[in-house]
Design a protein around this ligand. Structure first.
Ligand code: HEM
Length: 144
């Protein structure tokens, strides 16, 4: 709704919804970070990390990394991001990632099928939380 051009393309071609969900996951990054304890000495991006040290994996920062995503603040329907870290990475990558993406795709398919002219009536309000992006309210007008 904040990107009317992209929304118009999605309404005209619902097959783009999956790409839109991927880009929304990148921009919102619902799970913002996870804390871990290093089990072995290692080095990441030139930073030495010793076994036993606490490490924060900040998925939001990774999803806005200009080295990975050109113009990271821009909602880009054609980006088709395959390296989005919204669901983390490695052995503990979110086990529900596929289900979550199908749920989001189906929700937007049904919403836009019924209310293709839905419009924002103000900004989404997020619960103040460093760890997760919890939406408290999204003011909209269900225009038919
Ligand atoms: C948009 C929705 C969701 C997001 C953004 C999300 C994100 C995440 C993230 C960031 C992790 C941490 C991975 C790590 O420790 O490295 C995680 C773990 C996990 N998620 Fe999700 N998740 C979502 C939906 C779901 C759903 C729908 C389910 C279940 C059906 C689910 C089940 C799990 C489980 C069981 C883990 C723990 C995996 C493990 O430790 O091996 N998640 N999720």
């Amino acid at each position: 709704m904040r990107h009317p051009e992209a929304k118009a393309r999605i309404v005209a071609d619902r097959s783009l919804i999956a790409d839109a969900v991927a880009e929304m996951l990148r921009l919102v990054t619902p799970g913002r970070y996870i804390r871990r304890t290093a089990t072995a000495d290692t080095e990441i991006g030139g930073h030495r990390i010793r076994a036993g040290e606490a490490v924060v994996m900040n998925f939001t920062v990774a999803n806005y990394d200009p080295a990975m995503f050109d113009e990271p603040l821009r909602f880009d329907l054609d980006r088709r991001p395959s390296d989005v870290l919204a669901f983390s990475w490695g052995p503990h990558r979110c086990i529900g990632a596929f289900v979550a993406q199908v749920e989001a795709r189906v929700a937007f398919e049904e919403l836009l099928a019924r209310f293709p002219n839905i419009e924002a009536r103000g900004p989404a309000v997020f619960h103040p939380s460093l760890a997760t992006a919890v939406v408290e309210s999204v003011p909209v007008a269900f225009l038919t």
